[in-house]
Design a protein around this ligand. Structure first.
Ligand code: HSE
Length: 311
C-alpha cells in the first residue's frame, strides 16, 4: 500500500432526467459530501465520524457501511477501513444523498487497495448501499457519481452502464425545498403498469434525448425532457411544482422536472446566464411560500467522484 488515508469528494446527482426513470442520470459539480477513509490494522469496517446529519454509525445500518462491507467481503484484505463522513447533501433531498455515501466509501477503498475494481464493479458494490436506503437496487444516481457526466443504465442484471456525452454549455439549476421525501415512499405511489400510449411517448423521449446529447441539439433536448409516466404521480408530493416548472420554462430553461424521487426540482439550461435567470425566477416562486429552500447552479460534472487528498 502506497498510502493509508484518502479524502474524497462524492458528488450529488440528478436521476431520471425526466423521461428516463431508473436509467438516466447526470452528475453535479459543486454539491457533494466529503469523506475520509483510512486503513486500520484491525480487520472490519468502522464508521468513526459523521458530521452534518444524524445517521447510524453501525456499518450494517449505514449506506456507506453496507457498500463498504460488500466490497470488503469480496476483497478480503488482511486489514480494515475506518470511514469519516462529512455530509452536505441532505438525506431525502432527491439529489442522490444516499448514492454519494454509497459510492464514496467504495471509491476510496478501491483507491487505497490499488484500484483492483472497475467503475462498473464499484457501481455494483455501491448499489448494495443504495438498496438499504431506497429498498430497491437501482443505479441511476450511482452511475453518474462514479462515471461523471450523463449515464444510461442499460441493464442492472448484468450491470451495463453506458456513458453519454455532455453538451459543452449545459447547466443545471437545482431548487431544493427543505422538506423530506423518502425514495421508498415516492416509489410506492407509482403504478405497476402504464398505458401503452404513455410508454411509446416515454421511450421516444429517451431515444431523442440520447440523440440530442450526442449531437448537442438543444432544441431536441428541450422537446425530449418530458415525463408522462412518473411525474404526474410524484408531482403531488412536491408543493408548487407546477408553478416552478412554468416559471423555469418561461425564463428559458430547456426542461424542468423532478430530480430523482424529489423533492428537489432540476432545470437544464443552455448557458450560464439563462441558468442565472431561471434560478432567480424559481427562487421568487418559492420565496412566496412558507417552505425554506436552497437554489444551486451547477455545471455538469464530467469527472464524477474525485480524490481531494491522500497521504
Ligand atoms: N430512479 C430513482 C427513483 C432515483 O426515481 O426512484 C431515486 O433514488
Amino acid at each position: 500500500m502506497d498510502s493509508n488515508s484518502i479524502t474524497i469528494f462524492s458528488p450529488a446527482t440528478v436521476a431520471n432526467v425526466s423521461c428516463g426513470f431508473d436509467v438516466l442520470g447526470f452528475c453535479l459539480d459543486n454539491i457533494g459530501d466529503k469523506m475520509v477513509i483510512k486503513t486500520t490494522e484491525q480487520k472490519g469496517i468502522y464508521i468513526t465520524k459523521i458530521e452534518g446529519y444524524d445517521l447510524p454509525f453501525e456499518a450494517e445500518k449505514n449506506v456507506a457501511g453496507v457498500s463498504a462491507l460488500a466490497m470488503y467481503e469480496h476483497a478480503q484484505p488482511d486489514f480494515g477501513f475506518e470511514i469519516e463522513i462529512f455530509k452536505n447533501i441532505k438525506p431525502g433531498s432527491g439529489i442522490g444523498s444516499s448514492s454519494a455515501s454509497a459510492v464514496g466509501s467504495v471509491f476510496a477503498m478501491n483507491e487505497l487497495l490499488g484500484r483492483p475494481y472497475s467503475k462498473t464493479e464499484l457501481t455494483n458494490f455501491a448499489m448494495k448501499g443504495e438498496a438499504l436506503a431506497s429498498q430497491s437496487e437501482h443505479a441511476d444516481n450511482i452511475a453518474p457519481a462514479i462515471f461523471g457526466g450523463f449515464t444510461l443504465v442499460k441493464s442492472v442484471t448484468p450491470l451495463d452502464i453506458i456513458q453519454l456525452p455532455t453538451p459543452k454549455n449545459l447547466y443545471a439549476v437545482i431548487l431544493h425545498p427543505q422538506i423530506e421525501v423518502k425514495t421508498s415512499e415516492s416509489r410506492a405511489i407509482l403504478p405497476k403498469e402504464i398505458p401503452l400510449k404513455h410508454a411509446i411517448t416515454q421511450w421516444s423521449n429517451v431515444g431523442s434525448l440520447v440523440h440530442a446529447l450526442h449531437t448537442e441539439d438543444y432544441e431536441l433536448l428541450k422537446k425530449s425532457l418530458v415525463d408522462v409516466v412518473v411525474e404526474p404521480y410524484r408531482s403531488q408530493l412536491i408543493p408548487h411544482f407546477e408553478s416552478v416548472r412554468e416559471s423555469a420554462l418561461t425564463h428559458g430553461a430547456l426542461g424542468c422536472g423532478i430530480s430523482g424521487s424529489g423533492p428537489s426540482i432540476f432545470s437544464l439550461c443552455h448557458g450560464h446566464s439563462i441558468a442565472q435567470q431561471v434560478a432567480k425566477a424559481i427562487s421568487k416562486v418559492y420565496s412566496k411560500t412558507n417552505i425554506d429552500f436552497e437554489v444551486h447552479i451547477s455545471e455538469i460534472n464530467t469527472e464524477g467522484i474525485k480524490v481531494l487528498d491522500r497521504y
